[in-house]
Write a protein that binds this ligand. Structure first.
Ligand SMILES: [Zn+2]
Length: 328
């Protein structure tokens, strides 16, 4: 009769010993590599974030370091831009002839599609979409301008079209985190206010099985963040002489104690500046506001207020969280 030796107990460790974050980071990296070779779905990426911005360059100026950080960490980063920025200012004299000459002049918007693509490359973003497709919603111009009344502009767009388009993207990419502006759009531009409204509505609608079933399976995003400028940063910008001391002439700040998450993008500043450089029709890095701002260390720090979802206190000053995906 044959006897078998007692098997050695397998040392599998206890579940508590598994470092879940390290494991997820490992999976994320492998999925990122595999994506070059085979078709994978958004859900194969353990962490997914979708940012909604109004015009080309907003994604870079407001959230470029955050985007670059999560790309580096192998999260799926989706950037949605609502308009092509047809009516923006042209700061580069070499491109001055692109400035809008009237309501049917789309040349600047078409040019900015290319600048935005270059910025996405600098930040490492593979998934960029224009809401409803490029040119679907037109730049509305600054608040109070006659262009706000253009029926083709984002400000005048039908809610079913705008929210439906974003719900389709949320259900396709299934992000855990959505990012957009606060109710004032950060500084009162109609397209930024509209981006806030559309994202707020889509956050709820995407998870509602009764809303437009044809747009895909319901998906409830866990957290909605608003970009924010802390008062301390505004104060610093006034000291640097890049913003006026008069409060009515500068963006609205948020008290530092109301900030929920702080992304330190110091290590990502190279990518952020490269993406800013790609937006050459509207950002001049050689002088003025942007020249001064990129030299300020605070510009690498991007701040967020949690609008919906679980607030988990972090270990930063005022309980700031340092990760938009933070879990218990
Ligand atoms: Zn904008």
């Amino acid at each position: 009769m044959t006897t078998f030796p007692e098997p050695e107990p397998l040392d599998t460790g206890t579940p508590q010993q598994v470092d879940e974050d390290a494991l997820l980071a490992d999976v994320a990296e492998q999925v990122d590599d595999l994506e070059q070779l085979v078709d994978i779905t958004p859900l194969d990426h353990p962490r997914r974030i979708l940012l909604v911005h109004a015009h080309p360059d907003d994604e870079t100026v407001g959230t470029g370091a955050t985007i670059a950080r999560y790309v580096e960490e192998h999260a799926l980063v989706v950037v949605v831009t609502c308009t092509r920025g047809e009516l923006g200012e042209v700061v580069d004299p070499a491109l001055a002839d692109l400035a809008s000459t009237g309501p049917d002049d789309d040349r600047l918007g078409e040019h900015r599609v290319g600048e935005l693509a270059a910025a996405m490359e600098a930040l490492g973003v593979r998934e960029h979409r224009f809401l409803g497709g490029p040119g679907r919603f037109r730049d509305s111009g600054m608040m109070g301008e006659p262009t706000n009344d253009d029926p083709r502009c984002f400000w005048q767009a039908d809610e079913a079209d705008t929210v439906g388009a974003l719900v389709g993207l949320v259900r396709e990419f299934r992000p855990q985190v959505l990012v957009t502006y606060d109710a004032n759009g950060g500084y009162g531009h109609p397209d930024h206010i509209q981006a806030h409204r559309v994202t707020t509505a889509a956050f709820d609608a995407a998870g509602d099985p009764a809303y437009a079933p044809a747009l895909g399976e319901p998906w409830q995003t866990s957290r909605l963040y608003h970009t924010a400028i802390p008062d301390a940063f505004l104060q610093r910008a006034v000291e640097l002489g890049v913003l006026p001391a008069d409060e009515s002439q500068r963006p609205r700040g948020v008290p530092d104690s109301e900030i929920d998450a702080v992304i330190d993008g110091t290590a990502q500043m190279g990518a952020k500046v490269a993406a800013m450089r790609a937006h050459r029709s509207q950002i001049d890095l050689t002088q003025g506001l942007w020249h001064a701002l990129v030299a300020a260390p605070e510009f690498a720090i991007e701040n967020y207020v949690l609008a919906s979802g679980d607030r988990l206190p972090g270990d930063g000053e005022h309980g700031w969280q340092s990760d938009l995906f933070a879990k218990e």
